[in-house]
Design a protein around this ligand. Structure first.
Ligand code: AMP
Length: 356
């Protein structure tokens, strides 16, 4: 009798993924977290920074480039495909690439890559913040309408570089002229005027998990900005003697914990943001995001920005934060939280819920 051999083929929809990102901003934390969760890691690294990044054992592979926009080219795309990479969007990606370029990348992104456009476009940004019912500083449409202290910003994730304060049309024109002379902008139209919100700057770092449908507060920080934060070190007499247009360029971050009585509203703001994003930019605000603003003397929060991806302020909490420790029984950085979500989604066969 003929023997029939059965070959059992174990099918699985769980793939082995690599976590990839660009070498800057918060890449160390992202790739460390990915390694802690058992992923292979890949860094797109500029030639000038190889010496820095090769120090870290949790980086398995590098694609060496001259410029970050080479991510769009065939070499990077092929490597992403071969390694089954999922790209983690970070501030550097937004700073170096247009929304169209980001959206044209074929490899999967963690989170919702379509929402990144809403971060870099001021009008869309304002729309999403209003839909989230966040209190925002009034946008000033024309320099003729400047009546009180305002902050003037450049479009895109400039990280505060080149921002300046104005209190009337003349001071606006003077600041704009300087930026045009330095060829930072082409015309006054490249600037965005917003009322200055008085209070203490606070950055609220959240994570939204579509798998558990929950918002997690992962940390809070404040920024150390040059040279506005250095001005206080110069006595007023000397301040008056120097001609300095202070900038808001981020150099680093400080940890912050909030009064516990503020936390209920912090969670409510995060949840409203997630719901608004689901309505306006499907599939919504998957993964890390940050609401950025100031608390005034009455403990009221005014949001001047959001980031629809991991922010560099989370680098403070590679070992977890006072807030992540309340949720997780182990050190949980934002980078690791991203990797954990990917791991869980893959395990459940729901990877498409967390990538685009
Ligand atoms: P951003 O790039 O919008 O996060 O802003 C960089 C920095 O500029 C912030 O950290 C704040 O110090 C300051 N800033 C931005 N917008 C405002 C505002 N409307 N009122 C007061 N300060 C602001």
């Amino acid at each position: 009798m003929r023997k029939i051999r059965y070959i059992v083929i174990l099918t699985t929809n769980k793939k082995k993924y690599t976590i990839a990102t660009l070498g800057s901003h918060c890449s160390l934390q992202v790739l460390k977290g990915a390694k802690d969760e058992g992923f292979r890691t890949l860094l797109v690294c500029q030639k000038s920074r190889i010496d820095l990044y090769k120090r870290f054992k949790f980086i398995d592979d590098m694609i060496v480039v001259d410029r970050f926009d080479e991510v769009l080219g065939d070499i990077c795309q092929r490597r992403f495909r071969q390694t089954n990479s999922i790209i983690i969007p970070i501030g550097t990606l937004i700073a170096y690439m247009s929304a169209e370029q980001i959206e044209s990348i074929a490899s999967p992104f963690f989170g919702n890559k379509w929402i990144l456009r809403w971060e870099s476009d001021r009008a869309l940004k304002q729309k999403l913040m209003e839909e989230s019912k966040l209190t925002t500083p009034k946008a000033i449409k024309s320099k003729n309408e400047i009546q009180k202290l305002c902050i003037v910003k450049l479009h895109g994730a400039a990280g505060g570089r080149g921002y300046f304060l104005v209190w009337n049309k003349e001071t606006f024109e003077e600041g704009a002229r300087k930026l045009i002379e330095k060829q930072v902008i082409d015309s006054e139209d490249d600037l965005y005027i917003q009322e200055y919100a008085m209070g203490v700057p606070t950055y609220l770092q959240y994570f939204y998990s579509p798998l558990t449908d929950s918002v997690e507060l992962m940390g809070v920080d404040r920024r150390y900005e040059s040279d506005i934060d250095g001005l206080g070190r110069i006595p007023s007499k000397q301040q008056l003697g120097i001609e300095l247009e202070p900038s808001y360029n981020v150099v680093g971050n400080f940890p912050l914990v909030l009064r516990e009585s503020l936390l209920a509203e912090v969670y409510a703001m995060g949840e409203r943001f997630v719901e608004a994003a689901k309505r306006l930019v499907p599939p919504g605000m998957t993964g890390p995001f940050c609401i950025e603003g100031v608390y005034d003397r009455d403990g009221k929060f005014t949001a001047f920005e959001f980031s629809a991806r991991i922010v560099a302020g989370t680098n403070l909490y590679v070992n977890g934060s006072p807030y992540s420790d309340l949720i997780f029984a182990e050190p949980m950085s934002m980078g690791r939280r991203i990797a954990r979500e990917l791991k869980m989604a893959n395990k459940k066969g729901q990877i498409n819920k967390v990538i685009t």
